[in-house]
Design a protein around this ligand. Structure first.
Ligand SMILES: *Cc1c(COP(=O)(O)O)cnc(C)c1O
Length: 402
C-alpha cells in the first residue's frame, strides 16, 4: 500500500456525477427518509448497508471513518464527540462489575480519572502498571483483567514502552489491548502491524485517537475515534456507541476531512521542530532532564527506535523538560508566563505552540526511578518558525530565572 501521505490525498471518494471536485461533500441529517414502511422495517441499523438515522452515520461520517481506517491499517471505525468519549466508549463496552482494567502509570490523566470515578463506582477495579516494565504488566494481569490500556509514548513524560512485548504477553493471556494512539497519530508506527516482518503480524486490538490533536490540526475541533480490525469486537463497541447515543457533527467531520491530507506534512514539521528544540534544551543548564523518545538518553529510546522510523515524521511534536530542583514553583510559573509564542493551554496538534507545567508527584503513583527530581514542563511545538521558538524559550529563561 502507498504511504499514508499519499493515501490521505488519493482516497476512493466518488463525487456526484459530473462534479469531479477532489474534496467530498458535507451531508447533514437527523431524519433519513425511507421509501416505504416495509423498507424502514427491513433496514439494518447495525451495519453500513443502509442509512437509517443521522446519529448512525451519514456519507460524510462513513467517509471519515474509512479514511481513518486507511491511515491506521484498521477495518472498522467509530467516531465520537471527543478523544475522552472514545476512551470511555471502550471501557463501557468491554468492562462489567467485577472486571479489572490495567493502565500504564503514565496514561492520559482523564482516562485514570474515569477509572477512579465511574468505573470504580460500578465495581470495576483498575491498577496502574509500570510502563517501562513488561514483567510488571504481566504480573498484574489476573483472572479479572479484561482490558489493558497502552500508550506510546506515554502522556506528559513521554516514556516509550516495549509495545510489542506488552501486546504479545496480553495476547498470550487472552486480554484485549487498547492503545491510545493520539501521539503516533497513525503516522509514527502502524498499531495493527507492529511487526510487519513476521507473520502473523502482531497488533493491538483497538486503537483510539483524539482526532482533536493532529487529524484536526486546527485547535478548533473535538473528536475521537475507535478503530479495530475485528468485526465482532467492533460490533460490541458499536452497540455501546449506539445505545449511548454518541455521534459527531457534520461540520466537525468535514473539518477533519479537510485537514487529513496535510496531516503527514504537519506531523513531520512539528516533529522536526520539537526535536531541534529538545536538543537545544539539553544544552541548557536550567534543565536536568529533557524527555523526547528520539533523544538517546530519554526513557524507552531503544523501543522507539525499533518501532518508529528514526527520521522526521517518526515522533509527535511534544517534549518535556525537568527543571533543576533549585528553581521553585513561582519561578517556573514565571518562566511559562514569560513565554510569548508558547501559550499556556491544554491540548496539542494545532499550529500554535503551547506549554503546561505539571505536578508529576500528583499524577504518578510514585516518582519514577528513570526521572530526575524537579518540576516538569511540557511543550507542544506548533508550526511557528523554529528560530522564533528558540528565541522565545531563551528569552523566557533569561527573564524569569536570572
Ligand atoms: C487529548 C488527548 C485525549 C483526549 O482527547 P479530547 O478530544 O481532548 O477528549 C486522549 N488521549 C490523549 C493521549 C490525548 O492527548
Amino acid at each position: 500500500m502507498a504511504d499514508s501521505t499519499t493515501t490521505l490525498i488519493h482516497h476512493p471518494y466518488t463525487p456526484p456525477e459530473g462534479f469531479a471536485a477532489p474534496q467530498p461533500g458535507v451531508f447533514k441529517a437527523s431524519t433519513v427518509i425511507f421509501p416505504s414502511v416495509a423498507a424502514m422495517r427491513s433496514f439494518e441499523w447495525k451495519d453500513k448497508t443502509a442509512y437509517t438515522y443521522g446519529l448512525h452515520g451519514t456519507p460524510t461520517t462513513y467517509m471519515l471513518e474509512e479514511r481513518l481506517c486507511t491511515l491506521e491499517g484498521g477495518l472498522q471505525c467509530l467516531l465520537l464527540p471527543s478523544g475522552l468519549a472514545a476512551i470511555a466508549n471502550v471501557a463501557l463496552s468491554l468492562l462489567r462489575t467485577g472486571d479489572e482494567v490495567l493502565m500504564p502509570d503514565n496514561a492520559y490523566g482523564p482516562n485514570k480519572t474515569l477509572a477512579e470515578g465511574e468505573l470504580k463506582a460500578w465495581g470495576i477495579s483498575h491498577r496502574f502498571y509500570d510502563p517501562m516494565n513488561p514483567q510488571d504488566l504481566e504480573a498484574k494481569i489476573g483472572p479479572q483483567t479484561r482490558l489493558v490500556w497502552l500508550e506510546a509514548a506515554g502522556s506528559v513524560t513521554l516514556e516509550f514502552p516495549d509495545l510489542c512485548e506488552m501486546v504479545r504477553l496480553c495476547k498470550a493471556r487472552g486480554v484485549i489491548t487498547a492503545l491510545d494512539n493520539t501521539w503516533g497519530a497513525g503516522l509514527a508506527f502502524a498499531p495493527f502491524d507492529l511487526t510487519p516482518q513476521v507473520s502473523p503480524t502482531l497488533g493491538v486490538d483497538i486503537s483510539v485517537h483524539a482526532l482533536t490533536k493532529y487529524p484536526s490540526g486546527g485547535g478548533d475541533v473535538l473528536m475521537g475515534s475507535v478503530i479495530t480490525r475485528d468485526a465482532s469486537l467492533h460490533m460490541k463497541l458499536k452497540l455501546t456507541h449506539m445505545r449511548l447515543g454518541f455521534g459527531v457533527g457534520a461540520n466537525d467531520a468535514e473539518a477533519v476531512l479537510r485537514s487529513l491530507p496535510t496531516m503527514a506534512l504537519r506531523y513531520r514539521t512539528h516533529d522536526e521542530a520539537a526535536r531541534e528544540l529538545a536538543r537545544w534544551c539539553q544544552t541548557r543548564p536550567e534543565f536536568v532532564q529533557v524527555l523526547h523518545p528520539a533523544l538517546p538518553d530519554s526513557p524507552g529510546h531503544a523501543h522507539w527506535r525499533d518501532l518508529c522510523q528514526p527520521g522526521p515524521g517518526g515522533a509527535a511534536g511534544l517534549f518535556s523538560v525537568i527543571f533543576h530542583p533549585k528553581y521553585n514553583e513561582t519561578q517556573i510559573d514565571a518562566f511559562c508566563d514569560a513565554l510569548k509564542l508558547f501559550k499556556v493551554g491544554y491540548s496539542w496538534g494545532g499550529p500554535m505552540s503551547l506549554v503546561v507545567p505539571y505536578e508529576l508527584a500528583s499524577i504518578r503513583s510514585g516518582w519514577p526511578a528513570h526521572l530526575k527530581q524537579g518540576t516538569l514542563v511540557r511543550f507542544s511545538v506548533g508550526l511557528e518558525a523554529l528560530a522564533d521558538l528558540r528565541i522565545d524559550l531563551s528569552q523566557a529563561l533569561q527573564t524569569s530565572l536570572t
